[in-house]
Design a protein around this ligand. Structure first.
Ligand code: AQP
Length: 334
């Protein structure tokens, strides 16, 4: 069976962007049944960008696990893990640090965005982030990776690392991985600025919908979302050069499992004054069962820890032999 791997950082609360761009797609691929699915809280990645308070990191990791389960990831169908509990990820990453080139890493837009002008002060881990991500995927020989649009470049780098490893050692060992970037909301934008992606780490809480927001907060953020003064078009072309309008329609379509065309056929001609309450109602209807379930799961973190321990055992049955074979190929005695 082909294998799917994807992960989310426990670097803060989940946003609607993470949910629509990633997690909802993870559930689709799990339920579709043609893949073995492995989903991961990438805690080792979460410490690359800034210092994480240890108690907060532990809390966020468990809360993210609760989010996965509440959104529909079933530990009986998918392997659900926390990255640091499967040590082969970091072990393979070291090998990949020696395969990847400095120049490749320096060209990553996420590195440039997150390190900003002060690269001297960024952590070495932030620079090496994509090599660890390649290891996360390739330690499972995963062939399909559901992600949001922003991860496309890292997936290309994963292919470059696999290709160079296979070439340098004269093997056909690591597969070339395909990104799976599908649906109406592969790039959910900030509610305050249609040119920026919705992000956990945006300083403005009004820019994003958090999975833990209550109905009032969701409705208020949508009501205040930046828009233009025009009515909604009835054709997709009418969204051209209207990033904020496009974003809200994309969110509506993704939440309602519709295409953008279908949504515009229904709401074309409406003003935002009437569309925003519809969107708020839909968002609350889809998200509040998830946040309620998350809160219930968080009442028993021992159960979450048990699920993650079980996931790690299942995962290591796959990762330990792949690491062993990698070490053999590279020439490690063992
Ligand atoms: N705005 C988004 N639209 C669509 N997909 C998104 N993803 C993130 N933001 C959007 C997808 O969510 C998955 C997990 O992302 P991550 O936790 O690894 O971190 P990120 O991409 O760096 O997300 P954030 O929210 O912006 O976190 P910070 O602020 O910590 O950097 C990925 O599949 C991503 O594509």
């Amino acid at each position: 069976t082909p294998r799917v791997f994807s992960g989310i950082q426990p670097s803060g609360g989940l946003t609607l962007g993470n949910y629509l761009g990633a997690m909802k797609r993870f559930v689709d691929m799990q339920d579709e049944g043609s893949f073995q699915t492995v989903y991961c809280m990438v805690d080792l990645h979460a410490i690359t960008a800034k210092f994480q308070d240890p108690a907060t990191l532990r809390h966020n990791t468990r809360e993210l696990a609760a989010g996965f389960i509440a959104a529909g990831i079933d530990p009986a169908k998918s392997i659900l893990i926390n990255q640091s509990q499967v040590p082969e990820h970091a072990q393979l990453a070291w090998i990949f640090n020696c395969v990847a080139r400095m120049g490749w890493m320096g060209r990553m837009t996420q590195w440039k965005d997150k390190a900003g002008k002060n690269a001297e002060a960024a952590s070495l881990g932030l620079f090496a982030y994509p090599a660890l991500m390649a290891a996360d995927i390739l330690i499972y020989h995963a062939t399909h990776v559901p992600v949001g649009e922003d991860q496309k470049q890292h997936l290309e780098l994963t292919r470059d690392i696999a290709t160079k490893f296979n070439h340098d050692y004269g093997v056909d060992f690591f597969p070339l991985t395909e990104p799976v970037i599908e649906g109406a909301a592969t790039r959910v934008m900030s509610l305050r600025d249609g040119s920026k992606k919705m992000s956990k780490s945006d300083p403005s809480d009004a820019s994003r919908i958090n999975l833990t927001d209550d109905a009032d907060a969701i409705a208020k953020k949508i009501r205040k979302a930046k828009t233009d003064p025009d009515a909604l078009p009835s054709e997709v072309e009418g969204l051209k050069d209207r990033p904020e309008a496009r974003n809200l329609v994309n969110i509506y379509a993704a939440l309602n499992d519709q295409t953008v065309e279908q949504v515009l056929a229904d709401v074309g001609g409406q003003q935002f004054g009437s569309f925003k309450p519809l969107l708020a109602e839909l968002a609350v209807a889809k998200m509040s069962p998830i946040s309620t379930r998350m809160a219930e799961l968080m009442a028993d973190t021992a159960e979450i820890d048990r699920i993650l321990a079980h996931g790690a055992t299942q995962a290591r049955e796959i990762t330990a032999p792949i690491l062993k074979k990698t070490y053999e190929i590279v020439g490690m005695v063992g």
